[in-house]
Design a protein around this ligand. Structure first.
Ligand code: RI2
Length: 309
């Protein structure tokens, strides 16, 4: 296995590369690098090496379907190629297209979502989502006065990345601890969060705590928007598969010796927000209700592909 595949998988696993969109683009580019360096001419061998590279990357983190979708988009059509040269070129072209479209989608989501922010609004965001931040920064760049409450997002504290980014863009930003969400929600006009996975029935899988924001928003009658590229829609959930919620090590929550031996630590890093708490999903194809996710996926995949499953 090439060092780049192992290296990228390790960087995704230890979260030096993180964020659902970013891990998908990094995985896709790692496959492109693998193809670029491939010197063999045996097609069967190429396909099996490519498949194990894909599996190594997929095993790095289990929850965000963006990684699965990105890797599958990268290897699409490769089995029909006549030789390894043609196959490698296809993988590289697929990866470049996926990456470009992924970045473009984040920008489009920013433009669409910004229309939901009025001049003078206060919004809340959770964790560190490039799609959600694209919405907020676009509204700000259009000259709207927007204030942001950003959650710390324990235990990894991705909220610190968010406040740095927003501050640098000139946005009025306030950091809050996760348990302040319900108190602060009274001052908020809309919530914008990202997505790791959206199921076929429209439920959102995102950073742990997202469902608490949704619950508090519903109670306070605050709009709750999910900012999600469509490659975060999970085809597997159409066939009944459950989304695996990643659990990470106790070391992210407590340092050695901080709690008595024998006390267990539970560190799930994502949660599920039911559809009834979501006002709209903002995608690069436009705003949609959670109930439209299945139809959108069927159109994107094609009915034939679904029947073949
Ligand atoms: P973008 C992150 O996961 C957060 O859950 C965030 O909401 C989501 O990815 C989407 O991020 P983690 O990698 O793709 O920090 O919008 O666990 O950047």
């Amino acid at each position: 296995m090439s060092n780049d595949i192992e290296g990228t998988a390790a960087a995704i696993r230890d979260m030096s590369i993180r964020g659902a969109g970013k891990i998908a683009r990094a995985g896709s580019m790692a496959l492109a690098d693998f193809a670029r360096r491939y010197s063999g001419t045996d097609m069967e061998r190429f396909l099996s090496d490519l498949d194990s590279a894909k599996r190594t990357l997929l095993e790095s983190r289990p929850t965000a379907v963006s990684l699965w979708n990105g890797l599958h988009a990268t290897v699409r059509g490769v089995e029909e190629c006549r030789d390894t040269g043609e196959a490698a070129s296809l993988v590289i072209a697929n990866a470049e297209r996926f990456s470009a479209q992924s970045l473009e989608a984040v920008e489009t989501i920013g433009r669409i979502g910004a229309k939901r922010i009025r001049d003078g609004d206060t919004v809340m965001t959770h964790c560190n989502s490039s799609a959600a931040l694209s919405v907020i920064k676009t509204a700000h760049s259009q000259g709207k006065d927007v204030k942001v409450f950003a959650t710390e997002s324990r235990p990894w504290r991705q909220g610190l990345l968010t406040v740095r980014d927003l501050h640098q863009a000139g946005v009025d930003t306030t950091l809050i601890i996760d348990s302040a969400v319900r108190t602060v929600m009274k001052r908020v006009d809309a919530v914008f969060v990202g997505a790791d996975t959206i199921t076929s029935h429209g439920a959102l899988i995102n950073k742990i705590g997202t469902s608490q924001l949704a619950l508090a928003a519903k109670e306070a009658r605050v709009q709750f928007y999910v900012c999600s590229e469509t490659y975060k829609f999970s085809p597997m959930t159409i066939f009944g598969d459950m989304v695996t919620i990643e659990e990470r090590g106790s070391g992210e929550m407590v340092r050695e010796g901080e709690i008595p031996e024998g006390v267990k630590v539970f560190n799930p890093v994502f949660d599920s927000t039911p559809t009834e708490y979501i006002d709209a999903i903002i995608t690069e194809l436009g705003m949609m209700s959670p109930g439209s996710v299945y139809g959108t996926m069927v159109r994107m995949l094609g009915e034939r592909a679904l029947r073949a499953e």
